[in-house]
Write a protein that binds this ligand. Sequence first.
Ligand SMILES: *[C@@H]1O[C@H](CO)[C@@H](O)[C@H](O)[C@H]1NC(C)=O
Ligand SMILES: *[C@@H]1O[C@H](CO)[C@@H](O)[C@H](O)[C@H]1NC(C)=O
Ligand SMILES: *[C@@H]1O[C@H](CO)[C@@H](O)[C@H](O)[C@H]1NC(C)=O
Length: 580
Amino acid sequence: MTWELHLLLLLGLGLGSQEALPPPCESQIYCQGELLHQVQMAKLYQDDKQFVDMPLTTTPDQVLQSFSKLAVAYNYSIPREQLQEFVKQHFQAMGQELQPWIPEDWKDSPQFLQKISDAKLRVWAEQLHQIWKNLGKKMKPEVLSHPERFSLIYSKHPFIVPGGRFVEFYYWDSYWVMEGLLLSEMASTVKGMLQNFLDLVNTYRHIPNGGRVYYLQRSQPPLLTLMMNLYVTHTKNNTFLQENIKTLALELDFWTLERTVPVRSGGKSYILNRYYVPYGGPRPESYSKDVEVADTLPEEDRETLWAELKAGAESGWDFSSRWFVGGPNPNLLSSIRTSKMVPVDLNAFLCQAEELMSNFYSKLGNETEATKFRNLRAQRLAAMEAILWDEQKGAWFDYDLETGKKNLEFYPSNLTPLWAGCFSDPSVADKALKYLEDSKILTYQHGIPTSLQNTGQQWDFPNAWAPLQDLVIRGLAKSASSRTQEVAFQLAQNWIKTNFDVYSEKSAMYEKYDISNGGRPGGGGEYEVQEGFGWTNGVALMLLDRYGDRLTSGTKLALLGPHCLVAALLLSLLPSFLPW
Ligand SMILES: *[C@@H]1O[C@H](CO)[C@@H](O)[C@H](O)[C@H]1NC(C)=O
Ligand SMILES: *[C@@H]1O[C@H](CO)[C@@H](O)[C@H](O)[C@H]1NC(C)=O
Ligand SMILES: *[C@@H]1O[C@H](CO)[C@@H](O)[C@H](O)[C@H]1NC(C)=O
């Protein structure tokens, strides 16, 4: 089904409207309309996100009425100064609705710090643990009493944000934040964040990309069930699980009803998931950029472009050549065709969610539901093996629905099924190692690159992202082979060294790193690199916890060309008291 047709269905032509939900955001200020258009196209602010984050000083109706008067007075071409004055009168400065929050369960010296033997790394880990106190936010009561005056979506419980321009919560970031928080022994902060997400599912049937109304048209990689698993494994609180398991199922229903696609291969039909957003229009928080990209295309292609950009944002990889391949110019954003790809990582995340749901229901004594999810996982596993797995290359690849071919470019996401435990052949971890060697990925000493294409997009070379390091490292670590496990450790060592060196120089953690020229804060994409940073800190804490007895802040150990692997293995087998 084309997205246009889907849109018509959603708009309520009545066909199949059982599942149709109201349009996710009807705000004529924060999501669409003339006011948004005029202000964003006048570029009153350097970052379009600033305007849509500003609370109103009065009711939306009053704001719209006085805007309408202004527009008529100037025959719809309002001079910049008048627009500026209008915004000043009707909007408050951004960030007013959020207050700093020091998590109540934060405490000095969580246990895991004791596992870190390198003294400098241990001091650094203590500082990372401190940073949670800067990233905590809670909402002012006005957001609850006057929700129509804010783009912020009200959440009852305080939460941890990524940092920088990202002052609200983000969906998939929160998974790695929670991994770190649990190491910091902050289970009640995690529980509050989980409760916020569960509340969102109960209200909207899905979790938006982030905590603002303009993010409601799209989700982000579905990790809620995995988050619940982290919490339940840590606390053994099965009551909380029991109370909320139906909501977890409701979120997975959204991905089944709104984001699946049939794929035929070898005479069989399979069902897999994709990122897909059935709404056009520029993204409110990147409005002028989206309009400018669209201006390079014929008018009839613009709505489709915008829907594909939103689907790209839903994937978490906004943006990447991963979504441009097969387009008219695979280096350009205007070639984006996210919804035409069946992504490896999305299907791996859902595969793991289905397995966890099956385990949860078993634990709660509901065998009917446990069986249902076990079957869903088995079907997905078969589909992934048939459509995404490539035996010759030893990895999974995104599948292009239009060409019927796999995209054989390198992305760390190609190994997500390992991380997610979504495979049946135990030798895949060793095949994946060979795949990394063949793709020359182990020659990068400062982190695993996001792709091998340098397009200027932030989810491409030379940027490296913390969650993608985790996908590969914990994936390889599942192997029974000590050689593969050793490579996992070396990759962890490389990444920790990059994070640590940049921190030593800049006293900050970043959302992404540029791994060319020795490792530094990342660049490219739509905005300046941001400090903070939730998921980077979470992944660093996980690696420090897992490999704390061996990681070092000092000498470069990691020369990981394939020919060096044997040497690396031998070195690692030397007794650890040797002075290097
Ligand atoms: C208003 O603008 C439109 C086109 O932008 C133009 O056709 C019209 O004549 C203008 N009206 C006045 C009163 O200036
Ligand atoms: C477990 O969750 C239940 C339900 O939310 C709550 O009442 C209880 O206090 C929780 N127990 C712990 C130890 O957090
Ligand atoms: C199992 O879960 C389903 C879905 O939540 C529910 O309808 C059913 O009543 C449950 N069965 C048992 C035995 O608890």
